[in-house]
Write a protein that binds this ligand. Structure first.
Ligand code: DGL
Length: 282
């Protein structure tokens, strides 16, 4: 494990933010990262906005104490509720969320201006995506749906196969089944935003139940591009020699190192060892 000073701090309630970390790493290969999964308090998506703000500030405090130079909120639920509070607490540190980039990507992709967004109860109920999309284009119709069970399925590592597909079908068919009929096609969204960082690992299961014409958008790549655009290059880039890039990441979690390492391996496509994960108290 490397020290985290000068690193980019990334946090989520669990392993979902690893989809963002991966995207960050591909556009910023020289950077060092410190990743925090608040696994003790997962899920965030069913908690009140006040609790999510409190948890997010505590995550940020732990990362700032490790000397990070930039904070990426790799969680839509926390981005929806806590971005302003985080920016207020740390005016000297650039704080990036994932909702604005996801909304921008969806508006750029949609031809029919009917966009569906799925996320946690907190993200969907708070209307953050709906507002972000309409700020960009007020003519867009947004169909939004909370799909909370996807978070548990992703944390379990059941990212494809009949269980993931059955859950995807149960959630998404009411929105998309009309897409099979030509007459109803205009009523069906042509774009689906995966508005939770846990959801991209379920993309194959989601894709299996969608009409072919529907574009899938996740905010990981666009959020990473926004960070790369706005952040000055690291003064002290990581020197990992021939090691895997995972060795250049400091791994923190608030509970369950073995579980975190096991499921992270599925998200990252590379094994992480429990002994590489530091358990911290917030
Ligand atoms: N991955 C998070 C998100 O993007 C939170 C999932 C959860 O903890 O409910 O919303």
């Amino acid at each position: 494990m490397t020290g985290a000073g000068g690193a980019i701090g990334v946090f989520d309630s669990g392993v979902g933010g690893l989809t963002v970390l991966r995207a960050l790493r591909s556009v910023l290969p020289q950077e060092r990262f410190v990743y925090l999964g608040d696994t003790a308090r997962l899920p965030y998506g069913t908690k009140s906005a006040a609790s999510v703000v409190r948890y997010s500030l505590q995550c940020a405090d732990a990362l700032v104490a490790r000397g990070i130079r930039c904070l990426v909120v790799a969680c839509n639920t926390a981005s929806a509720s806590a971005l302003d509070a985080l920016r207020l607490r740390y005016p000297g540190i650039p704080v990036f969320g994932v909702i604005e980039p996801g909304a921008a990507a969806a508006v750029a992709v949609s031809r029919t201006r009917h966009i569906a967004v799925i996320g946690t109860e907190g993200t969907i109920g708070g209307g953050a995506y709906q507002a972000a999309i309409r700020r960009l284009d007020a003519r867009v119709r947004v169909t939004a749906l909370a799909c909370s069970l996807f978070v548990a399925v992703a944390e379990e590592g059941w990212v494809e196969g009949p269980i993931a597909e059955a859950i995807a079908r149960r959630y998404l068919e009411p929105i998309f089944c009309g897409g099979q009929s030509r007459a109803a096609a205009c009523e069906v969204p042509d774009t689906l935003v995966l508005g939770c960082t846990h959801f991209p690992v379920l993309a194959a299961a989601v894709r299996a139940v969608l009409p072919d014409h529907v574009a899938l958008v996740d905010s990981a790549a666009t959020a990473a591009a926004a960070v790369a655009r706005e952040l000055p290059a690291a003064a002290n880039p990581s020197g990992r020699g021939g090691l895997s890039w995972l060795a250049g990441v400091s791994w923190l979690a608030t509970d369950g190192a073995a579980r975190f390492a096991r499921v992270s391996g599925i998200f990252l496509g590379e094994a992480l060892r429990p002994e590489d994960v530091e358990i911290i108290d917030l």
